[in-house]
Design a protein around this ligand. Sequence first.
Ligand SMILES: [Zn+2]
Length: 339
Amino acid sequence: MLVAKDGQREVLAEEACRQKHYLCPECDAPVIVRKGQINIAHFAHVHANNCAAGMGETAEHLTGKKQIFRWAEMRGWQPRMEYYCASIQQRPDVLAHIDGRPTVLEFQCSPLSVCRLMERNDGYRQQGWQYCWILGSPYRRHLGRQKSAQFLQNINGKLVIPYWNTQDSQIEYQLYPRQHLRLSVAQVNKQLNTFQQYNDATTIDLHRQLKMMGHYMLDCPIFCHTINYALPSTKHLLLLWRMKVAVYLMNAPIFTSWSVRKWVASLLELGKDEWTITPCLTRNNYLGRLEIKWLTQLLIDAGYLMCDRHNIVLLRRPRWFRSWNEKQIALRKAFTHHC
Ligand SMILES: [Zn+2]
């Protein structure tokens, strides 16, 4: 921890003197300042106890937290270090005021479960605070889809995961493109290969359903493939959800009409086992809704759907390819030309 109590006053570790005793702001036990060679100045309990303050803090976390504090200070955000909020019993690393809005800046270096993260965010939201989770080096290795989704944030309209670089003392953003990416035929086939190895219940169920209709999963319509690989909206490949939408439309009568609200709800429901949890994006199922928006536009452009102001109408049903060969020809045509 970088802050301790000196009577009623709060002291930063770098301004504390070695001889004095201070009190832990969390448990009121005595703490001393440590100024070592590896760690920056920080407070530690005189006697080890179960107090959460300072527990398991790495050198990187201490350094980064202080740098983030200074960085916020330089930007005029009037930061407070390790500010304790009694009503939610939480102590964010830094509480800053960005454009007049209280904003929590958390520097996360240790593992954190989705559940715990949601609780923390709930607390901040209760206070009317914004929050930003900045990740440390342990998160720099390849994150799985659920982990990426967990820390994905919307900063100034961009979908990003922020990282703090303690070497250069600066923030870095990993950007997640908000658009569809064109795939090559090779990429589509690679995607299908990966997909073939799935044997979870949802995939097997879809496979069975298609078989009864006389189709193979791999011969799905081409619109199932134009996706944003990078965006961690689903646990597995988004392809699975798109296929389910295709089947849904194949089984709907022509000129079926959905209200926009009903349409979105139905498509969210089709992916209910697949959507990742995104506790740092404010709107519930933000990524799922984004995927629906993209797919709907794609289906309108391809002439399957029509949208008047309030309703979505089915004009044409998607068609499954009759053979792998037929699909490969269609794929080459679709992906080598403009489309
Ligand atoms: Zn303590």
